[in-house]
Design a protein around this ligand. Structure first.
Ligand code: AR6
Length: 170
């Protein structure tokens, strides 16, 4: 599996699956989540509502992942995962690593070969970028998967630089 880095907008990417930094409700929010639902159209939310009405009555737990259609995005699927809110009192890094591993597990179930990720938890959930980049790259590198390309799509220079450093160092 190769890791690639892109400076840009996740919702403009062409890939088999795009990963959404969602919240447990699966019903939308700000950041990447808001952009995915805006550009992807109402089909994604409709499928999220069906998931809530069936297997995910209590929502999606932190560190887990589930797929829906990608609506009008240039992808076949959106894989929704819920990152942890950063805490200075508790080490939640296993949950952040789990988001990447579980997303790749779901991608394997779907047969996705190219998967684009945002920097999960580094926005509204306040995870420090450098640490989040290390966890993301380590998690992806240590996961057995049939996915051929993992693309990290970084919204700004700082995020790109942090990921580039860890991709080079690990
Ligand atoms: N493409 C790529 N990266 C983006 C984009 C984009 N279009 N938009 C923002 N980012 P966030 P979280 C970057 O807040 O921290 C939502 O309300 C952003 O700069 O989207 O996991 C959900 O509903 C940051 O580096 O996700 C949840 O409630 C990174 O993506 C909550 O936010 C993640 O920022 C999840 O918070």
């Amino acid at each position: 599996m190769k890791i690639t880095l892109v400076h840009g907008d996740l919702t403009e990417q062409h890939a088999d699956a795009l990963v959404n930094a969602a919240n447990s409700s699966l019903l939308g929010g700000g950041g990447v989540d808001g952009a995915i639902h805006r550009k992807g159209g109402p089909e994604i939310l409709a499928e999220c509502r069906r998931l809530r009405a069936s297997h995910y009555g209590r929502g999606l737990a932190t560190g887990h992942a589930v797929a829906t259609t990608a609506g009008r995005l240039h992808a076949r699927w959106v894989i929704h995962t819920v990152g942890p809110v950063h805490s200075t009192e508790e080490d939640r890094s296993p949950l952040l690593a789990s988001c990447y591993r579980e997303s790749l597990r779901v991608a394997d179930e779907l047969g996705a070969r190219t998967v684009a990720f945002p920097a999960i938890s580094t926005g509204v959930y306040r995870w420090p970028m450098d640490d989040a980049a290390r966890i993301a790259v380590e998690a992806v590198r240590s996961t057995q998967t049939a996915v051929e390309e993992v693309r990290f799509v970084l919204f700004d220079e700082r995020a790109y630089a942090a990921f580039a450093e860890w991709v080079g160092n690990l």
